[in-house]
Design a protein around this ligand. Structure first.
Ligand code: PLP
Length: 385
């Protein structure tokens, strides 16, 4: 059975070009980039090329504004904890109710240590409450951390507007762009963004590497102390093979993102339109036009998302649900709850997230199997008479 993988917001396939570029650094080029001798020292230039490739994809003015980390979560922690702790006075920490745990975790960590924390809501379409943000940024210098795009619904937030509001009152703005990088064009040097997180495994590089853009002049207290690597912002001998892989993945995205996005969005739109038409009681979560081109989150009334996923899995189709199964109880997604998705649909949501490796045949397979699964589960549902 062929696997149909539509869970690319969870992780992505490693591109062949990325793997091939990494291999020499796992075989003959294993030196330490900080070494004084030629054997080690030659490695440094590959790390710097990768830094340039990351900078180019996000539009950073200077590659030195890129700090390599181990993942998107570490980048978020460095930006939020390291950013807040480097500010003269403890800032007002502002975030949203729909962030990934890698942002809400460090925000709550700061709250537990006496920082004031405000969490902004979203409307029923998942759009950020910018009016409350406008009020809250006036209440003292803030460190505001808002995602560029939501991992569950694909909703894109107005980072330019958010950054302007934050900067007007002297605050610092961090954008968690883990889901946005490589999927939509960006130019951080022209936006009021002080820090931006990205992750390798969401853009066809391996797990275990990420980066944080830190605009020149922004102060950050390192989380990992020790060596002088990454200009003192992150101690630890560089993970050269993975850094090289991240650089190549960024380079591939810089070259192909525009044309690939048109193709991916067309497939996503066909999938979405097909499911909304063929499955009675199916609803789209999120505002249609303000989303990433690859993501679709659909609720199916009266049935559990987990049941749909299991039956899809049986057919070789890998998607994901907004609900997390915690300690035996089915907890609805915090994102859909913040959007006030109604009780009967909040449990039955499925996220489809596509990538450049998907084909029209994948979409055909889902459009054939999912309506039958929904029909079967509805027949079993005690809520449908
Ligand atoms: N931020 C967002 C929006 C994410 O979707 C994820 C991962 O799913 C992360 C942060 C964490 O990234 P990583 O898995 O690289 O730690």
């Amino acid at each position: 059975m062929k696997t149909v993988y539509v869970d690319n917001n969870a992780t992505t396939q490693i591109a062949d070009e990325v793997r091939e570029a990494m291999l020499p650094f796992l075989t003959e080029l294993w030196g330490n980039p900080s070494s004084m001798h030629v054997f080690g020292g030659q490695i440094k230039k590959y790390v710097e090329t990768a830094r340039e490739q990351v900078a180019e994809l996000i539009g950073a003015a200077d590659p030195q504004e890129i700090t390599f980390t181990s993942c998107g979560s570490e980048s978020n922690n460095l930006a939020i904890r390291g950013g807040a702790e480097a500010m003269d006075k403890p800032p007002h920490v502002i975030t949203s109710k729909v962030e990934h745990a890698a942002v809400s975790g460090p925000c709550h960590y700061l709250e537990d240590r006496g920082f004031r924390l405000t969490k902004l809501g979203v409307d029923k379409l998942g759009r950020l409450d910018v009016e409350t943000l406008q009020r809250e940024v006036k209440a003292g210098r803030s460190l505001t951390s808002i995602m560029w795009a939501n991992n569950e619904t694909g909703m894109i937030f107005p980072v330019g507007l958010i950054g302007e509001m934050v900067h007007e009152f002297g605050g610092i703005f961090h954008a968690d762009a883990v889901q946005a990088v490589g999927k939509i064009p960006m130019n951080v040097s022209e936006l009021p963004i002080d820090m931006l997180s990205l992750s390798g495994h969401k853009i066809h590089a391996p797990k275990g590497v990420g980066a944080l853009y830190i605009r020149r002049g922004t102060k950050v207290k390192p989380l990992i102390l020790g060596g002088h690597q990454e200009r003192g912002r992150r101690a630890g001998t560089e993970n050269v093979p993975y850094i090289v892989g991240l650089g190549v993945a960024c380079n591939l995205a810089s070259k192909h993102m525009d044309e690939e996005n048109v193709r991916v969005k067309a497939m996503r739109d066909r999938l979405e339109a097909g499911l909304l038409k063929s499955c009675h009681g199916a609803r789209l979560n999120g505002a249609p036009a303000e989303r990433l081109p690859n993501t679709s989150n659909i609720s199916f009334d009266y049935i559990e998302g987990e049941a749909i996923l299991l039956m899809l899995d049986d057919k070789g189709i890998c998607a994901s649900t907004g609900s997390a199964c915690a300690s035996g109880s089915l907890e609805p997604s915090h994102v859909l709850r913040a959007m006030q998705v109604e009780g009967m649909s909040v449990h039955g949501s499925i996220r489809f997230s596509l990538s450049t490796y998907n084909t029209e045949a994948d979409i055909d397979a889902i459009l054939i199997e999912l309506p039958k699964i929904v029909q079967r589960l509805r027949e079993l549902s005690p809520f449908v008479s």
